[in-house]
Design a protein around this ligand. Structure first.
Ligand code: KIV
Length: 278
């Protein structure tokens, strides 16, 4: 059988990516990539490209379900899409977000929700948002044998409490950011996402802990990077793009152009042609 490199042009990992593999790369300069995925086919595409880690983000609320707010997605909805991603993930490590309202109330609630997510989806790790305030939940999850990715800086589930989409950790607020990363690392998180944090603060934060930091709008000095795939591939064509996201493709424009060509050829009667008929 042809190997992955021959069939796709990329070198996907030949064995399952494990949390320990990525932890060992901390500080080595051997940076790794995480992308969101929400279904089987994109999980396959990203895994074939060698992306080490797939995040089933609750950004699915917006980009998959079209809800105006992240907070509206349910645990069941997250579990269904996470299970599809796991089926397509190949050797990539899959992390799934616990959505708003499923872990904040108590340690018991957090463990119950995370266990449900892992049991029904097969995800290897859960992500929860918050620093010092959420450290007890991280401790409880780790004690229950559930690997945790923390998420600090701008935390989308708290967008209302944070009064909008704002850079976190500027000026005096850097101390809180540093306290947050210390708290989640001490509580036993395996990775930590830093979102919308000044690059110099993210660099200090990353140096201050021995767990991998995954930046999104946090500059170049984190151990890994993550992006919402719709932002890095420009879907939809006219969508809002955050300043921190670069576009490597114009998928939205391509898809609309393909659909328009299909519609035109159906209307003209040129599709299906002889080669498409039995
Ligand atoms: O939900 C999500 O996609 C995320 C990323 C932005 C890190 O949490």
């Amino acid at each position: 059988m042809a190997d992955k490199k021959e069939t796709t042009g990329y070198l996907a990992p030949t064995r399952q990516v494990r949390i320990g593999d990525l932890r060992k790369r901390k500080g080595s300069g051997d940076k790794w990539a995480m992308l969101t995925a929400y279904d089987y086919s994109t999980a396959r595409a990203f895994s074939d490209a060698g992306v080490e880690c797939l995040l089933v983000g609750d950004s699915a609320a917006n980009v998959v379900f079209g809800y105006p707010q992240t907070q509206q997605i349910s645990l069941d909805e997250m579990i269904y899409i996470a299970a599809a991603v796991v089926r397509g993930a190949g050797n990539a490590l899959v992390i799934a977000d616990l959505p708003f309202g499923t872990y904040e109330a108590s340690d018991e609630q957090a463990v119950r929700s995370a266990a449900e997510m892992m049991r029904r989806s097969g995800a290897a790790m859960v992500k929860i948002e918050g620093g010092v305030r959420i450290a007890p939940r991280i401790r409880a999850l780790v004690a229950a044998g559930i690997p945790v990715c923390a998420h600090i800086g701008f935390t989308p589930q708290s967008v209302n409490a944070l009064s909008g989409f704002k850079v976190q950790g500027r000026g005096d607020a850097a101390d809180q950011l540093l306290a947050d990363i210390r708290a989640v690392a001490d509580a036993g998180a395996d990775f930590v996402v830093l979102e919308m944090v000044p690059a110099d603060v993210a660099a200090r934060a990353s140096e201050s802990v021995d767990i991998p930091t995954v930046g999104i709008g946090a500059g170049p000095d984190t151990d890994a990077q993550v992006l919402v795939w719709h932002d890095m591939a420009a879907l939809p064509a006219d969508g809002h793009r955050p300043k921190f996201a670069k576009q490597w493709a114009q998928v939205g424009a391509e898809l609309t152009a393909a659909a328009a060509s299909y519609k035109r050829e159906v209307a003209e009667g040129t599709f299906p042609a002889a080669e498409h008929c039995f």
